[in-house]
Ligand binder design. Structure first.
Ligand SMILES: Cc1ncc(C[n+]2csc(CCOP(=O)(O)OP(=O)(O)O)c2C)c(N)n1
Length: 356
């Protein structure tokens, strides 16, 4: 006797060859798509600059987003200003649409905590301890429900992170309390050197939501249209008391895990070459070109404009006044323990030589 069955849907609009496999969703016309295309380019240029900055010693570490631009961009565009983003470390595409300047993101990865002090007071800073953000998101969503507000929380995680206990706990409470959370899984196929298949034998990540009592689905994460539409629907549902959704966005990390990694040591080259054929920018460009709203001269102008914009952000970052070295201690305790007092004295003794 079968007592439960379930199915996981997969959504796609724009195929890798740039043709549609179903009509465009109503609220995404060519103008909106041009905006998303511009943002994806801006991010790709930002990403390249950030890696270069790290390579010349101007940034500590950096987590790249090459090939994953569509997810953040679509998420950020689909969210309302009053929703809350509880991000992980590959969400610049959403953050930059929510009042976080690129120079702040650089500042964060440059090791300066002031990079997390951005204009948008209710979004959360980048979260590195894997899956802790999932639990935080459920806390925020509980507050929203308690206050009877019509807002949704979006939280992101990699597919590897969905093996963490915190993730399962967050999913469980989100289901049990019908919380307005959209869990977005950036399934980029690798958790550093651990492949998706080694990570879990769950057939999909999306089905993890089923056990928690709400719906999960897969979406082509390189299709900005599909991610946008599924986000729009999940957000609407969350804001209107329909509870949580899990969206597993299937993509591929075309870069190293971070600047501290060398993916060529564990990732088959043939797999990478194949993934390049499905990346998100080219397919949208092919589509827009076929629609006669895009051409080579527009592309050239856009690239120039985006480079200029990112140059400005980099300049701002490089000219930010460096915080006093004692800041790493000053805000940790109301009253310093003895051991920290000694460390602080030592820091003061060596002055600001770290500037060099
Ligand atoms: C709790 C915790 N454990 C381990 C790490 C170290 N770590 C950083 S990123 C990472 C892999 C994450 O992979 P995935 O969740 O698939 O996300 P991706 O980075 O691929 O987007 C690990 C293990 C961490 N940051 N936090």
């Amino acid at each position: 006797m079968t007592i439960a069955t379930f199915a996981i849907e997969y959504y796609q609009y724009l195929k890798p060859d740039g043709t549609l496999c179903q009509p465009l969703p109503k609220d995404l016309d060519n103008n909106a798509l041009l905006k998303l295309y511009r943002l994806m380019h801006l991010l790709r240029i930002f990403d390249g600059r950030a890696i270069n900055l790290q390579r010349v010693g101007k940034l500590g570490t950096y987590a790249g987003i090459l090939g994953q631009e569509a997810i953040g961009v679509a998420m950020g565009h689909a969210m309302h200003a009053s929703d809350v983003l509880v991000p992980y470390y590959r969400d610049y595409g959403a953050q930059c649409q929510r009042g976080v300047a690129f120079n702040k993101i650089l500042q964060y990865w440059g090791g300066d905590e002031r990079g997390s002090d951005f204009n948008n007071a209710e979004d959360f800073p980048i979260c590195v301890p894997i899956a802790s953000q999932s639990v935080i998101a459920t806390g925020v969503a509980t507050a929203i429900n308690y206050r009877k507000q019509k807002r949704a929380v979006v939280t992101t995680i990699g597919e590897g992170g969905t093996s963490e206990g915190d993730f399962y706990e967050a999913m469980n409470v989100a289901g049990a309390w019908n919380l307005p959370v959209v869990f977005v899984v950036n399934n980029n196929q690798w958790a550093i050197s651990v492949s998706r298949d080694q990570q879990t034998h769950s057939q999909t990540i999306a089905q993890k939501a089923i056990a928690a009592g709400f719906s999960g689905e897969q979406v082509d994460g390189n299709d900005v249209i599909a991610v946008h539409e599924r986000m729009r629907i999940a957000l609407e549902k969350a804001r209107n008391g329909g509870g949580p959704t899990l969206i597993e966005a299937i993509t591929y990390r075309l870069c190293d895990h971070t600047t501290a990694d060398d993916a060529s040591r564990y990732r088959p080259k043939a797999e990478l070459d194949k993934a390049w054929l499905e990346e998100p920018l080219v397919r949208l460009r092919t589509y827009l070109t076929a629609q006669k709203v895009w051409d080579d001269s527009k592309e050239e102008a856009l690239l120039l404009e985006c480079r200029k914009e990112i140059d400005k952000e980099v300049d701002t970052y490089l000219n930010i006044e460096i915080a006093p070295v004692t800041d790493i201690i000053d805000y940790m305790y109301a009253q310093w323990p003895e051991s920290l007092k000694d460390q602080r004295d030592t820091l003061l003794q060596f002055g600001d030589s770290h500037h060099d």
